[in-house]
Design a protein around this ligand. Sequence first.
Ligand code: GLN
Length: 538
Amino acid sequence: MKLIFVSGGVISGLGKGITASSIGRLLESRGIKVSAIKIDPYLNIDAGTMNPYEHGEVYVLDDGGEVDLDLGNYERFMDLHLTRDHNITTGKVYRAVIDNERRGEYLGKTVQIIPHVTNEIKRRITSVARESGADVVIVELGGTVGDMESMPFLEAARQLGRDLGRGENVLFVHTTLIPIMGSVGEEKTKPTQHSVKELMGMGIRPDMIIGRCSEPISPAARAKIAMFCDVPEEAVISTPDARTIYEVPMNLEKQGVADFIIERMKLGPMASGRDMDGWEKFVGRIVDPCMEVRIALVGKYTALADSYLSHLEALTHAGAASGCRVEVGFIDSDDLQSGNPEELLGDADGILIPGGFGTRGVEGMVAAARYAREHKVPFLGVCLGFQIATIEFCRDVLGLAGATSTEFDPDTQNPVICIMDEQKGVVDKGATMRLGAQDVVISEGSAAHALYGSTVVSERHRHRYEVNPEYIARMEEAGWRFTGRSECGTRMEIGELEDHPYYLASQFHPEFKSRPQRPSPLHRGLVDAAIAHSNRRE
Ligand code: GLN
């Protein structure tokens, strides 16, 4: 078993997740099978209950795990399919330890952070690593070295180094900040030195230091860090500002990161790996696009771009496939409720309404869906966006007064979106939230079929409410056609508007399965329709 721990120092937000993902991508390019684990030192069991303003989007896995968005980066960069066990939180660890204690499994001992909590952390890391079957598992330690809540995890990492063998089997990569100060533009290495000292105080000597700096660091700064932090010069790496996050693996490759790790960890010659040429071409298309389109993203968490991270990435993937830069304009749905849609949406080549929960901002989203439908602006609705498109259609085309979801008005006259259990005959066994990958059956001849090129696809879900079966026939007759359904046929998964260049919505979240060289088909459809829309307008 080989583990690479990636810790962070000085400040948070250094792009540790991107660095960890990029290292993984590089190792894969050498034929090494890689997996990844994210450690989050918070007491929540998982990210499912967290508001996106806390930690950004809640990423959903095939198995229904609601996890930290870094797992999305791992899946995108390394093209993995992870499970919820790849996100270890303090909450999960403590719960397990306390459950064991109640069952008497500690045989009367005093239960302590060391060894009981640290053993549980080690057990989880090693069991996930073993089950993944990977040659190397990258373990990203959330938080910053020195935080009180990270300490048990760092201690467990130190012990694993001792148990499995430092260097060959366990490598420590520490990411820090190298600020450039003053008019002379000198790189400052002191924060890195302090942070490494802190790490060494925990008994961990880093094998590699990756410094975030606006520029590539100078040989003098590199030598200084190497000397003070006691690592070889070739193990001091910098991650200068990149034009796109997808460029980071290439920047690391140029500095010999993969060679260093392969040599240190004695990762013998491997079979041919994943090709980097395709990746480089993909990056080339992002940084050197032929044209640009503007997509308005209408949501309620728009003050934090990370709330919609997977959508932004899916749009980047889709844009790259067509050689187009996608400029995303965030529109707060509350502003649309009171404001003029033409003013806020008039310059958009496409409109995207992503997922969301709760009543705030819903009427603004309905206004955006109406604007897109009436002005024939390309439109994609996802999850809540699908429900909004359905509500808007029922109100305006079917004339169903006050049509809405029972999520927003439990007593509405026209509950066109509701919880299935509420409908007689369709009982959803106890599931409070429908989570994870499920098959969607797509009708031949539909726009969705043209985009997916398949009649059965697996996509990820995270919702409670859905289209009320009682209204389906009326909606379809009037032109809101359900071209994607669940396997049993009772759940509506995709809606398409007839007589519109691109007006499509899905109950599932296609953004979670979008990959750099395999964009989400529905985002691809939106971007391509936006290109056509923009060309028509010129
Ligand atoms: N709030 C809606 C539901 O629970 C939509 C959820 C979402 O967009 N993820 O069904």
